[in-house]
Design a protein. Structure first.
Length: 365
């Protein structure tokens, strides 16, 4: 072998080595760029999640919006979120055909997923041939050929599961399970946040005497109505002499007076406004989108109507003994969207609690 040929071979080897090193360098840069893009994409999805939490929407609707985000951003064919509410499994969000809903919300009973739930680990199932179906699929339910099942836990307490499906075999073979785990954790975080909202929206009760919603309604579903506007007048009033009536005449008369007061306001108030029995002898009215100045005439008329209420007390012979009339004290404040509604009502309540029992006025704070 001549020296010239050896030199050529040596040069070629050097070139090959350089090319390999260069390709490795390019690969690392591409991989790094890919990871960066992936992280950015995940951050965008997380931002979409956070934006959804802040939306003026019911908690139930927010879960559906989040599921739609997952389907769109990660190109998932089917996505289903099922939650155990303490009594039963409830399908919270899905894009699966309604005829398969019963199957999808009972996957916890399938043997193939029981270990996954027990050990809090994901389960990947797939088929090898297009004409095969997954073990949990019933009758004609052959639309999915691959599935990833994720049990959901909040503070080590099992709360349900998330399952994603695709319509081709081995669809998730190359999918980064780390990304899916991050998505699952984000879903759990969102569900945890939304559960608080759901509690507030549904904790209210209906007062059996007046038929009015309790104060909790004001902070849940009521607040969604109020927050359609930038500013609203909040009014609270109290029957100041109710304790005296209960002690001297009796609770039955006191209850009757509360009912008459509530009915008088109900028959005169617009359906656009929110009227609740706040607590005991206290009531609250949220004048959605209305300035305090524009409520004065209405409140003055209501106050007069309330103070015209009379309950006549007779003895056993039907002879009039006394006559009961309510002493009503009003106070108003302004709520600005984005601030604490409970802070406004707290101040109104404190004013009523600290005012003299004989006070009967319309006050502003």
């Amino acid at each position: 072998m001549t020296i010239g040929l050896i030199s050529v071979i040596f040069v070629l080897v050097i070139l090959v080595v350089c090319l390999v090193i260069y390709n490795l360098s390019i690969y690392k840069k591409v991989k790094g760029l890919s990871n960066t893009n992936e992280k950015i994409a995940n951050l965008r999805v997380l931002q979409d999640f956070m934006d959804t939490i802040g939306k003026d929407a019911l908690a139930e609707d927010k879960i559906k919006i989040i599921n739609d985000i997952l389907i769109e951003k990660y190109h998932i064919k089917y996505s289903t979120i099922v939650i155990f509410n303490g009594a039963e499994y409830v399908l919270k969000a899905t894009n699966v055909d309604e005829k398969f809903w019963d199957t999808m919300k009972n996957l916890h009973t399938e043997p193939i997923f029981k270990d996954s739930i027990a050990n809090a680990i994901p389960k990947y199932v797939t088929v090898n041939k297009p004409n095969e179906k997954l073990s949990y699929q019933k009758s004609d339910m052959m639309r999915a050929k691959s599935a990833m099942f994720f049990p959901l836990y909040i503070d080590n307490i099992y709360i349900g599961y998330w399952i994603i499906e695709k319509d081709e075999p081995h669809a998730f073979d190359r999918m980064d399970t780390g990304i899916l785990e991050i998505i699952r954790e984000n879903i759990i975080s969102v569900l945890k946040t939304i559960s608080y909202q759901n509690t507030i929206e549904n904790i209210y009760r209906t007062d059996k005497f007046t038929g009015l919603n309790s104060a909790e309604y004001l902070y849940g579903k009521g607040k969604r109505i109020i927050d359609k506007y930038g500013k609203s007048a909040i009014c609270m009033f109290s029957i100041n002499n109710i304790e005296e009536i209960n002690e001297k005449i009796g609770r039955k008369v006191g209850t009757e007076l509360i009912i008459q007061v509530a009915n008088t306001v109900k028959t005169n108030i617009s359906s656009e406004y929110i009227f609740v029995r706040y607590m005991g002898p206290k009531f609250a009215i949220a004048f959605s989108g209305t300035e305090i100045e524009n409520t004065i005439e209405f409140i003055s008329n209501i106050k007069q109507n309330l103070e015209n209420i009379k309950i006549v007390i007779n003895n056993k012979k039907g002879k009039k003994i006394t006559e009961i009339q309510p002493v009503i004290n009003f106070v108003l404040g302004t709520y600005y969207k984005g601030t604490g509604l409970e802070e406004v009502t707290k101040k109104l309540e404190e004013y009523l609690d600290n005012s003299p029992k004989t006070e009967s006025a319309i006050n502003y704070i």
